[in-house]
Ligand binder design. Structure first.
Ligand code: COA
Ligand code: ZN
Length: 300
C-alpha cells in the first residue's frame, strides 16, 4: 500500500519561527528531507516580508532548490496575486493560494473577505493557465474566531473554486481541533460531491491527534497528508495554532504499519534533529523529544 506524505515544514514550520533562519540552513534542511525520500516539498511562501519576515528569502531559496533538484515536486504558498507572480517568475510550477473557510480568519490572515480572495485566485488562474493550483482551505474543521465550521459551506466554497479552475485542494485543520469522525465525514463529503478531485489533508497536532487524524484522512480518501519535520508549525494569524503533525511521527507509524511511504525514518529523524539544533522554534514532534538511545524499532 502506498501512502503519499508531503513535507511542508520549510513553509508552515519556518513561518512561525521569529528569528531569521539563514537561507543556507533552510537549504541544508531541505537537502536532508530530499535525502530522506520526500518527493514533494512546500519550500517557502511568497508573502509580504512585513507580514512574515522569515520568508523574505523566498525567491533566492526557490532558485537554488529548483536548479538543484530537477525532479522534486516543489510548491509554494501565496496569499495574493502579487505573491503568485513573484513565485511564477522564480520558476515555481505549483502554487498554493490560501483561503479560509471562515471570514474572520481570512481577514486576519490575508486581509481580504473570502469573496475577494476567490476573485484574486480567479485572477491567478486566468493569468497563469499552465500553473497547477493546489488550494489551501484553512480552518475547515474549526476556526479560532468563529468556532465550528459547516461542511455545507465547505462544499459551496470548493464548488466556486472548481468553477474558476482550481486543480486540487488541501483541507487544513489550522488550529488542530479535528477528531477522527469529523475528518472522515468531511473527506467523505468532498469525495462524494467532487469525485476524481484531489483532496489532501493538513492537520495541526494541537490536541495530540495529528497522526491519528492524518491516518484517518488517508483511509477516508485523502490523496496525501502534509506534515512538518520536527512538528514545527503554526499560523501566526490564528491564535492558539501550534505545530503540525510531525513528519517523523507519521512516517514511523506508516512505515511500521506496512505502508510504502518511500521515506527513510532514520534520515528523517536526523534531519529533524539537525533542524532543532539550528532553529529556535517549538518542535512539538514526539520522536525528536525522545533521548538518543538506540531503539530497536528505529532500526527498521
Ligand atoms: N510578497 C511580497 N510582498 C508583498 C506581497 C507578497 N505576496 N503582497 C504584498 N506585498 C507588499 C506590497 O508590495 C507592499 O509593500 P510596500 O508597503 O513596500 O509598498 C506591502 O506588502 C503591503 O501590500 P498590500 O497589498 O497592502 O498588502 P497587505 O498589507 O494588505 O497584506 C498580505 C496582505 C496578504 C500580502 C499580507 O498580509 C501577507 O503576506 N500575509 C501573509 C499571510 C500568511 O502567510 N499566513 C500564513 C500562511 S496560511
Ligand atoms: Zn498549517
Amino acid at each position: 500500500m502506498k501512502a503519499n506524505v508531503v513535507e511542508i515544514g520549510p513553509r508552515d514550520g519556518f513561518q512561525n519561527v521569529k528569528e531569521f533562519i539563514p537561507t543556507q540552513e533552510k537549504l541544508q534542511i531541505i537537502d536532508g528531507l530530499v535525502e530522506a525520500g520526500f518527493k514533494k516539498i512546500q519550500i517557502t511562501s511568497f508573502v509580504s516580508p512585513k507580514a512574515i519576515p522569515q520568508m523574505r528569502d523566498a525567491a533566492e531559496l526557490s532558485e537554488v532548490v529548483l536548479s538543484k533538484y530537477k525532479s522534486l515536486q516543489v510548491f509554494a504558498l501565496v496569499p495574493n496575486f502579487y505573491g503568485a507572480r513573484l513565485a511564477v517568475e522564480t520558476g515555481i510550477q505549483e502554487l498554493t493560494p490560501v483561503i479560509s473557510l471562515s471570514e474572520s480568519h481570512n481577514m486576519a490572515n490575508v486581509k481580504r473577505t473570502v469573496n475577494e480572495s476567490v476573485e484574486e485566485i480567479k485572477q491567478i488562474r486566468q493569468t497563469f493557465p499552465d500553473i497547477r493550483i493546489t488550494q489551501d482551505i484553512a480552518c475547515v474543521f474549526g476556526c479560532p474566531f468563529e468556532g465550528e465550521m459547516q461542511v455545507e459551506a465547505l462544499l459551496e466554497l470548493v464548488g466556486k473554486l472548481r468553477e474558476i479552475g482550481v486543480d486540487a485542494f488541501t483541507l487544513c485543520d489550522t488550529v488542530g481541533v479535528a477528531y477522527p469522525t469529523l475528518i472522515e465525514r468531511v473527506f467523505r463529503a468532498v469525495k462524494t460531491q467532487f469525485p476524481g478531485v484531489e483532496f489532501n489533508a493538513h492537520i495541526h497536532d494541537t490536541r495530540n491527534m495529528g497522526t491519528l487524524n492524518s491516518y484517518v484522512a488517508l483511509l477516508s480518501g485523502a490523496y496525501s497528508v502534509q506534515t512538518a519535520v520536527g512538528g514545527l508549525g503554526g499560523c501566526p494569524f490564528a491564535p492558539g495554532a501550534t505545530g503540525n503533525t510531525s513528519s517523523e511521527d507519521l512516517i514511523y507509524m506508516l512505515n511500521h504499519c506496512g505502508y510504502d511511504t518511500g521515506i527513510n525514518f532514520e534520515t528523517l529523524l536526523r534531519t529533524a534533529r539537525f533542524a532543532r539544533e539550528h532553529i529556535d522554534g517549538n518542535f512539538s514532534g514526539h520522536h525528536i523529544n525522545i533521548s538518543e538511545h538506540p531503539c530497536f524499532v528505529a532500526q527498521k
